[in-house]
Ligand binder design. Structure first.
Ligand code: F3S
Length: 408
């Protein structure tokens, strides 16, 4: 890999150990993936924030690196933490866990990162433009940035995104290059897609089919932001999809020469989502927790939930996870009060997967997120029901998930 003189000096330690460590990580990845050079980035999104995932070893790694004087030099946002950073006590999180989690947050703050913790940084200011190179971890944010915004990032890990944020550079390989952004599969949608859950079910199914391929969808018209979030997040979870195109919708699909849809692309026809729904619904219908907001809920989704639940009362716990900026907005608009009056909670800065929900006593969960439904059994030890927002809110009101077996 060709480095500039200044980059070589950093790598050799002439600019201090903090920068040297960052350069070592970025260069090592560049060498593994045959990058020719480093390129500047305009922003970073760092994962590895929940103490549940980091543990003591991860916390020590962050504390040591920040103590050496490392600081980010591009706008950098954080992934969800393991708890609501303000209301953890009220929500039942344990003191020990909270103390460790706050140490993680302090370590990130000492890198100069503002602790707004969300997997949808593009909804509150970390919004890269078309063609910008960025270094993002968090697979659902990566696939959204690449596909919907047309920015360029690989699926970074937490340390490599942090290293790139400290250097302001990443190695030029993979999805930073035009040649790696071409479709590998043409996916013809021949069944209706009505709800976010339908997009999630499609994403779950496609991730299993294409793994780390790049699907080009035909037959999806006018999807909403929530539907695009749901589709990408599920594909990035059940597979390793980091980029998709939708004919007539996503920016690169609009510019793509027909020749790029080459005969080497495999074609997949989707005529039904029944198998996806079936696979994600093998659990009991009695529900402890209804968890919405994966990826983090947008302002529109919170409004939709408030409209549906106004004047009703929940029987289960109802969590809606989002960023603290969206929560503040919801409080000012009176939406948070409607949800709280119904017995629900808006949780900021965390989510149902990275929080230690099994320690809070939950055993069964309903969600409208394909990503959460896919991860919850293995990451959180809960059994899951998956369905539309209305199905989940009905479960919250009745305590029982509706029987949807004949619907799909
Ligand atoms: Fe975000 Fe947590 Fe889902 S990080 S994408 S809400 S699993």
């Amino acid at each position: 890999m060709k480095l500039t003189d200044e980059e070589k000096k950093i790598l050799d330690g002439h600019r201090g150990v903090a920068l040297q460590k960052a350069m070592e990580i970025v260069v090592a990845l560049g060498q593994i993936y045959d990058a020719e050079k480093l390129i500047p980035i305009t922003s970073a999104q760092v994962s590895g924030v929940s103490y549940k995932n980091l543990g003591d070893a991860g916390l020590e790694f962050l504390q040591e690196w920040s103590a050496s004087g490392a600081a980010v030099c591009v706008p950098t946002t954080l992934n969800p933490a393991g708890m609501d950073l303000e209301h953890w006590q009220k929500l039942g999180f344990h003191q020990d866990f909270a103390e460790k989690q706050m140490r993680v947050i302090s370590a990130y703050q000492s890198f100069g990162i503002t602790p707004v913790c969300s997997c949808t940084p593009y909804l509150f200011g970390n919004l890269p433009l078309f063609g910008e190179h960025i270094a993002w971890a968090e697979s659902s944010a990566v696939v959204f940035a690449n596909s919907v915004l047309g920015a360029r990032t690989n699926r970074e890990g937490g340390p490599s995104a942090l290293a790139a944020a400290i250097l302001g550079k990443t190695a030029e390989y993979g999805l930073h290059l035009d040649v790696c952004r071409r479709p590998t599969h043409i996916v013809e949608i021949q069944c209706p897609l009505r709800t976010e859950a339908d997009y999630s079910a499609l994403g779950y199914w496609m991730g299993k089919q294409v793994n780390n391929g790049i699907p080009y969808f035909i037959g999806i018209t006018a999807p909403t932001l929530a539907q695009l979030k749901a589709l990408g997040a599920a594909m990035a979870a059940s597979g390793a999809v980091a980029l998709f195109h939708i004919e007539g919708v996503t920016p690169e699909a609009k510019q793509m020469a027909p020749s790029l849809l080459s005969t080497s692309c495999q074609t997949i026809n989707i005529t039904s989502l029944a198998d996806a729904y079936h696979q994600l619904n093998q659990s009991p219908r009695d529900i402890d927790l209804v968890a919405l907001g994966c990826p983090h809920a947008s302002w529109e989704e919170l409004q939709q939930i408030a409209r549906w639940i106004k004047g009703k009362k929940v029987k289960t716990k109802l969590w809606i996870t989002t960023s603290s900026t969206t929560t503040h907005f919801a409080q000012k608009a009176g939406i948070a009060k409607i949800i709280e009056d119904a017995g629900g909670s808006i949780l900021s800065d965390t989510c149902m997967i990275v929080a230690p929900i099994q320690d809070l006593g939950f055993r069964t969960m309903a969600t409208n997120s394909g990503k959460a439904a896919y991860y919850a059994p293995s990451h959180c030890g809960v059994q899951v029901r998956f369905g539309s927002l209305e199905d989940c809110l009905t479960a919250a009101i009745t305590g029982r998930f509706p029987d949807v077996s004949s619907r799909h």
